[in-house]
Design a protein around this ligand. Sequence first.
Ligand code: PFF
Length: 448
Amino acid sequence: MSAPRGQFSSNVGFLMAAAGSAVGLGNIWGFPTKAASNGGAAFVVIYLLLAFVLAYPALMAELTIGRHARRNMVQALREISTGPVSRFFANLTGFGGILIASLILSFYAIVAGWMVAHLAEPFATLIGASSTADWLTSSSTARNMTFTAIFSGLTMLIIASGVEKGIERWSTLLMPSLIILLLLLIMYVLTQPGAIIGLQVYLMPDFSQVSPELLLSAMGQAFFSLSLGVGTMLIYGSYLSQQESLPRLGVLVTLIDVGIAFTAGLLILPAMYVAQEAGTQIFADDGSLIAGPGLILQVLPALFDSMGTIGLVVALAFFALMTIASLTSSISMLEVPVAFSIENLKLPRRSATLLVGLIIFAISSVIIFNFDALFGLVISISTEYGQPLLGVSLCIFAGWIWRRDQLLQELRKGHENIEQTLFWKIWPWYVRVVCPLLILAAFVQTLL
Ligand code: PFF
């Protein structure tokens, strides 16, 4: 008999974990800056639309397959396969998901390490250790290795504690803290000079900027933000009780993700214009808003510096927010290969976590030592190629390969009258035809 699997103790626990996976650096950093450089509220509206018409159906495919099979991605896809071809395809997608989840974690842990280093900086400043404070905030291999190791260690500690005591407990604690910190920071920043201009840039729609590129950018953002394609939502679905309605939980996860991304814009954009008012440059040489690492690691820290002592508290709150957002996402990525190692390689959870965690840390180290050559490349391979292709494949599994009666039976659990709902009238053909075509169209455009 196989070892008993973990399970979320309540639907709130699942919601916190799944929303925790979705809400990450992509929401707080990626979304607001993409919105600001792509037509403000026009981008927000399009993103909202895409999140519901494209990402939500794909999320439902993962959750439903996961809860039905109650296994990791490889095993789950094999189980719903119907012949040797689909079984081959199941192995390809399942192992692909494990590989891409691990690659995303390998670069995500480096960026999250920067957040932890910046979180430590106010303490160093407070005790007068100014050379340590400088070391913490300037890029170096030693700094990156140290803090990637610390962050990876934290991620491993949570995953080693299991589904209920690790993932659920920590997500339930960290997600409300994240929302409180975000709201406090917004309240503070909005009282500062210059904030209103940032709000205007964020919220005034400029529909002239709507273009195919903008749609693609919004689509990629929605996919990354909902953690799709790599099996994180599939594995979380597999720990979910059968009494819950999947379509409803899926809507809630999407709403929380979109809601926090939108709310983060109310912090980041005003903060940038407050920084400008305080004398910091917020536009790059080509006239665009600084959006990459320069924004979080230079523009905002310069703003915090200019605020005096209160700046230390604001910096602390901001980087605590970023660290929490990263951690609830990174645990979901690590759970993908760990669940496979437990179920297929029969390793105990702790050994599986240690083994997989160290392998991913080794990949992060290779990236750190070859930063210029590998950092951008790994991000592009995993998020621009891996995630969309795996997303298409998962939609094909839910729409074409999996038997329709089994799919319906799974969705009926926790939602008895599902056949009468709009969801059942639209979703099955949508995930079968529209989703794969839309994702593929976006993917081909990216290649061109
Ligand atoms: N959704 C996370 C974010 O927005 O930062 C990133 C992410 C998490 C991507 C988990 C993929 C994943 F499997």
